[in-house]
Each structure stands twice: as C-alpha cells, then as structure tokens.
Design a protein around this ligand. Structure first.
Ligand code: ZN
Length: 431
C-alpha cells in the first residue's frame, strides 16, 4: 500500500511537471519525431491486484464470448458489448451490467470474465509518464497553433464546432490560396482522428501528418499537393473523451463522448451516431452501453460538426478516419453486408485500400467483413457526399500500445496519407 502511495505521489509529480513543460516554439516534424523516438520506456511494474489497489469499479467486465462469425459479432454489438479483440472463435471486450444481462441468455456463451477494473489494472500505463510523447488536448491545440503561425502563408487553423463540454474541435487547413472557412474549388482530402476517446494513437497520426506535410512543403510532390489540393486535418474530434480517459493519471478505457444521457449514464458512441442505417445492426439503443447510438442520428455536437463540415465542402474527394487497433484498412459498407452498388467506386475502394495496405502493412478489407456496424462516419461520408472514405484501425496490441509504436505508426501512415493525396485529384484514375 505504501509503495502504491509513493507511486501515486511520483505520478502526480510527473503530471505536474508535464503541465509546466514549455515546448520550443515552431516545433518541427523532425523535432517531434525525435521526441517520440527518444522516449525511454520504463518497465511497467507488475501491478498489485489487491482490491484496494483497483480503480473504482464501474460495474463493467472484461469478457470473452464465443463468436465464430461476423453474425454473432454483430449481435454482440447490439447487446451493447464493446468488442475490442476478435479471435478465430471468440471475441473479447467490455460489457456493462446491461450487456452482462444480455450475455446470460442462451444465445451467447461467455467463456471468461474478470471485473474491468482488474483487467485495466493489469495493463495500466500512465499517459504522462511512459506515454508522455502522446499529446493531450492542450498540447495538440498548442502544436496546431504553432504550425499555423509558422506556415501562415499556407496553413490556417479554425474550429469546426464545440464539444459537449465546450472544447473546440480544431481543424488545420493546408491550402496555398484559401484560408479558414473560405471555399475552395480544389479537390479536398480530409483526415480525422479520435472519434473514440481511448484511441490516442489516432490523434498522433493526423497531428504528425500535419507537421510532416508543412515541414516537407518544398518536396516536389508535397509542393504540388499543397498547390493543387485542399487539405483538412482534424486530429481530435472527441477531446472531451480523450481528456476524461487520462485525467486521473490512469487510463479509463473510455470510448464515447461525454454526453449526459436521459438515464444519467455518460456518453454516446460517436461512430454509431451518423445517419447511415442509424442504430440498426451492430449498435445498441441502451444508453449505458459502449456502442450506444444516441437518441437520434446526429444527436451529438461532435458528429453534427462533421456533418456540417462535409456538407459545406462539396470539393471533398477522399477521407481517412483514424481508429485503433487492428492493423486494418476498412472500406464501405460497414453497416451492410452488401458491396457499394457502384461498380467503379467499389474498384476504387479496393485498389486504394490495397495500395495503402502495402505502405502500412495493414490488411485491407470491406468493413462489414469484420462485423456489421451501422451509424458509421465513413459509410455516411460516402453515401451522403460521394467521398472515398476509409477507416484505419491503427496498429498496436491494445488501446495503450505505449510510445514505442509511435515512430512506425506515424512514419508508415504518413506514406499512406500522402498516397491518398496523390489520388485525390481524381480517385478514378487508379482503375
Ligand atoms: Zn474507434
């Protein structure tokens, strides 16, 4: 217990020290990469599993349930299970009290369960200490501001809206002759991270992509893209959730936004809240569950902001939404087992996903081949606006893969993101 108290004090000190960090102005991509590469990775101590040492119990369990195919996986999502890992004959993930009730029916077979607090304690890494290289909301905001002011001739920063808790959802725009929200006729590419709170790696990739593009603005190909395209990067769509996930110094495995639901439970799953077969397969209408679709499509300020953003920009052609973790590149549909009906579009999706798969070593697959999940942002972006939209499930074993994965994930994903820029002028040229 004493040992624990000491580590709590040390961790608190680390948090405070981090908050006072002053980053050098106009930090460059190379500096950032050096920072994330040079982070030392202390061996995580074997956590004590005494009851008193566990984070506050929230009634959730970490469960493994028999699931031989995507149909069972889809049913499990509908029962509110937060599927985290997919194995050959089973899936593992989080289940709250409502979901545990559903799982006890004869349709499901629970192979194992441990209280979520116990599971979390086993893998607990502290964001400010081992994972100091990751950027919280303030650090992300500061960096974006620095990039926009250092490269003010081609970069501008604006908010696409506010979150439930009133934080700004920042968007960095890179365009040689249009700033802020001024319309542009150039073909557009959009990169969004962090729909899901605990998927912190999905913030790092687009954030560092922005830094890389600006630092490499004079490379021949990048120069051409900046001159001819309209590039938007929104690294942190769900800053409320991301901050909640780290604010105690212990990861909370929190997925949703911070909406207060009618039954006083917290959060809507933002990637079940878009108007694409909203709240049908693979989503839950029970507010307490991790896959809660919300009271109606686009009920949340964060998904509304994306809707407004996309609807106002008819020039958008390509899009990546970053998530973690599975090392997969997913293309529509996610909410239906069908292929997209337009044969040419389907070929473009398959070809572009395959090329990006080579650069990242991720597996390209149709989203619903993993499981059917409705209300997904990329399905909506394609259906509503014809955008070639891809969901990246980034790498790492777990939601908190540590700083060690950053260099590879960032470097390879920049290649894939730049490849997407290379086809944004006319995605049909790949077929
Ligand atoms: Zn996600």
């Amino acid at each position: 217990m004493k040992k624990l108290l000491i580590s709590v004090v040390l961790l608190t000190a680390a948090v405070l020290a981090k908050a006072e960090d002053v980053r050098p102005p106009n930090i460059s991509f190379d500096q950032l990469l050096k920072e994330i590469t040079s982070v030392e990775l202390p061996q995580a101590p074997e956590p004590a599993l005494e009851k008193s040492a566990l984070p506050a119990a929230d009634g959730r369990y970490w469960v493994t349930v028999k699931a031989a195919d995507k149909y069972v996986r889809t049913r499990l999502l509908e029962a509110g299970m937060d599927i985290v890992e997919i194995n050959k004959d089973s899936v593992s993930g989080f289940a709250g009290p409502y979901t545990m009730d559903q799982l006890s029916s004869k349709f499901f077979s629970v192979l194992s369960k441990v209280p979520a607090a116990q599971y979390i304690a086993r893998f607990n890494k502290d964001f400010p200490a081992q994972d100091a290289a990751y950027h919280n909301f303030k650090e992300t905001t500061d960096l974006l501001n620095q990039m926009a002011s250092k490269h003010s001739d081609i970069a501008s920063l604006f908010s696409i809206g506010k979150t439930v808790e009133g934080r700004d959802i920042w968007c960095l725009r890179i365009n040689s002759n249009a700033r802020g929200t001024t319309p542009s006729a150039k073909p557009g590419a959009l990169y969004i991270g962090n729909h899901h709170a605990r998927e912190h790696l999905s913030n790092e990739v687009p954030l560092l992509l922005a830094a890389w593009l600006l630092d490499h603005r004079n490379d021949a190909d990048v120069k051409k893209y900046i001159a001819t395209l309209d590039i938007y990067i929104i690294p942190m769509l769900n800053p409320d959730g991301a901050e909640f996930d780290i604010k105690t110094g212990s990861y909370q495995y929190y997925r949703k936004n911070m909406a207060v639901n009618a039954d006083k439970s917290r959060g809507v799953d933002l990637n079940r809240n878009y108007d694409s077969w909203w709240c049908q397969a693979g989503a839950s209408s029970y507010p307490g569950s991790d896959t809660y679709c919300g009271p109606r499509a686009f009920s949340e300020p964060e998904s509304q902001a994306v809707k407004r953003f996309i609807e106002a920009r008819k020039n958008l052609k390509t899009h990546i939404s970053y998530h973690s973790y599975a090392s997969e590149i997913l293309y529509p549909w996610g909410g239906s087992e069908e292929d997209v009906p337009n044969v040419q579009d389907k070929q473009v999706f398959i070809k572009v996903a395959a090329e990006m798969g080579k650069l990242t070593r991720y597996e390209p697959i149709k989203s619903s081949d993993m499981y059917v999940a409705t209300g997904d942002s990329c399905d909506w972006a394609y259906a509503a606006a014809g955008i070639f939209a891809f969901t990246f499930e980034l790498e790492g074993r777990g939601f908190y893969p540590g700083a060690a994965v950053l260099t590879n994930a960032v470097t390879n994903n920049i290649k894939a993101a730049v490849y997407l820029l290379s086809v944004t002028d006319n995605p049909y040229k790949v077929i």
